[in-house]
Structures are given as C-alpha cells and as structure tokens.
Design a protein around this ligand. Structure first.
Ligand code: 5RP
Length: 251
C-alpha cells in the first residue's frame, strides 16, 4: 500500500514520479536520505502490488536495512554489475543539474552507485533547487589517518581558489564524530557559494586524504521536483529551470 499520512507531499510526489519510471526487470540503485526513503517505500509498494522483478543495490547501510525490512532484496553492486537507473535525493540541485550530496554522509557510496548507472534520477523538493551551489555545506569524506593534515590541505586549496576563510567543520553527531559506512570522517565546507564547482572538485580530488567530495557534476540526468500540491516538475540536463522554483515558491 502506498504511504500517505504524515509523509511530506512534495517528497511523495517526487518519489511516486520516479518510481513510475521503474520497469520490470530493471537493475536499480537506491539512494539515501529522507526523500530516497519515501521512494524506497513507494518502490516496495509497487513491487508488492505488481510483482515486479528487480535487482537493487543500496547506497548505504541505512537504505539497505529499510529496503530489506520492506521485502526488497538488496544485492551488492558487484553482484549486479551495472545498473539501469539510480534514484537518489540531493541537498542542492543547480540549473545544470550539478548537485551537492552527502547531507546523510553517504555520498561516497552514492557516487560509486550513480557512476555505475545508465541514468541518475534525483528526487527532491523545491527547497533544494538553487541558482548556484554552496549554501548547503559541502560534505567531504576524509580518512581518519592524517585527518588534521587533510583539513589543512583542504583549507590551502580553498585559499588558492579564493574560497578561504570559511569554516571547515568536522561533522559530529552530538559530541561524537560521524563515521561513514566506509569508516571515514566527514568535513563540511561552509562556503556559502561555489562559483567554480569543477575547479573545486578537481582541487579536492587531488588531496590524498580526501576520499570523496559531495559535488556530483554532470552525473544527474533528470531531477524530479515534487511540490506540496502533489504536482512535479521534471528537469532534464540543460533545460531551463523555472524561476518560480528558484524562488522556492515560498516553501
Ligand atoms: O546525499 C544524501 C545522503 O548522503 C541525501 O540524498 C541528501 O542529503 C538529501 O537528503 P534528504 O532527502 O533527506 O533531504
């Protein structure tokens, strides 16, 4: 049975539109986060109702646990090999469908899974649509080994890109460090605005202690933006973004 009461209607609308793209026999990547969780529930409801035969890989342990609890069988990415489509959430989506991801500390596995997919579909609400990336702190997964050295190297890279002076904060849950599914730590880069995302992505990727950053550039093929009234807007790469969406429709 489909979810309804208590579920954010914008997330539900986006999730339902994304799940409508799923076809019998598909190999799917399942994203992480609250919107992706709504999608997983919708997917499980469709599988139960229609008996779809799917093969699914999860982008986090949390998603694997949720999917399994709903009766979906999760396999490893390597068992499946290549995916037809990954459906995931995002923290920010810009007009070129470049993304910031990693608010749930899962962007490493999310990027590996999206990169192994023919198509990446993002499900989000209008609050995620931005003109320029960076208001959401950029998550960077780093090794615990040499953590402070890596933080210094990140600060140096930011200085070189004229993004210096911003907070580079370790993500904590309470007073404990957040540890990712891969056993690493997270630094959140509070940049406010990222004028040149490809340059920042290159600079971060060149730092040895950086495992993966949350900039997803040129990976998303379709963003499905749900609205509170249950309607959706589908944004394909290179399509214009509605000015109303950028104003977040007062949401
Ligand atoms: O990147 C992610 C997890 O690492 C999530 O997809 C992102 O944080 C969006 O989550 P939500 O749908 O809860 O806002």
């Amino acid at each position: 049975m489909s979810q309804s009461s208590g579920v954010d209607p914008a997330k539900l609308a986006a999730a339902q539109a994304a799940v409508a793209l799923v076809e019998d026999g598909m190999k799917l990547g399942l994203g992480t986060g609250s919107t992706a969780a709504v999608m997983v529930r919708e997917l499980a409801a469709r599988v139960a109702a229609e008996g779809l035969k799917l093969r699914c890989a999860a982008t986090s342990q949390a998603t694997a646990d949720l999917a399994t609890s709903l009766g979906l069988r999760i396999e490893s990415l390597d068992e499946i090999g290549w995916l037809d489509m990954t459906i995931d959430g995002a923290d920010e989506v810009d007009p070129d469908l470049h993304l910031i991801k990693g608010g749930g500390a899962a962007h490493l596995r999310e990027k590996v899974v999206a990169a192994a997919s023919d198509r990446m579909v993002v499900v989000a609400d209008p609050g995620k649509v931005v003109e320029i990336l960076g208001a959401f702190p950029l998550p960077v997964e780093v090794l615990a080994f040499g953590f402070e050295t890596t933080r210094k190297l990140i600060r140096r890279a930011l200085d070189e890109l004229e993004l210096g002076g911003h907070d580079v904060m370790q993500r904590l849950r309470g007073s404990d460090p957040v540890i990712t599914d891969e056993g690493n730590l997270i630094l959140d880069l509070h940049l406010g605005c990222i004028p040149d995302a490809p340059a920042l992505a290159r600079a971060l990727a060149a730092i040895p202690g950086v495992v993966e950053h949350g900039l997803f550039l040129g990976m998303c093929d379709l963003a499905i933006i749900g609205r509170k009234d249950g309607s959706v807007i589908q944004l394909a790469r290179d399509a214009d973004i509605d000015a109303d969406l950028l104003a977040n429709e007062g949401e």
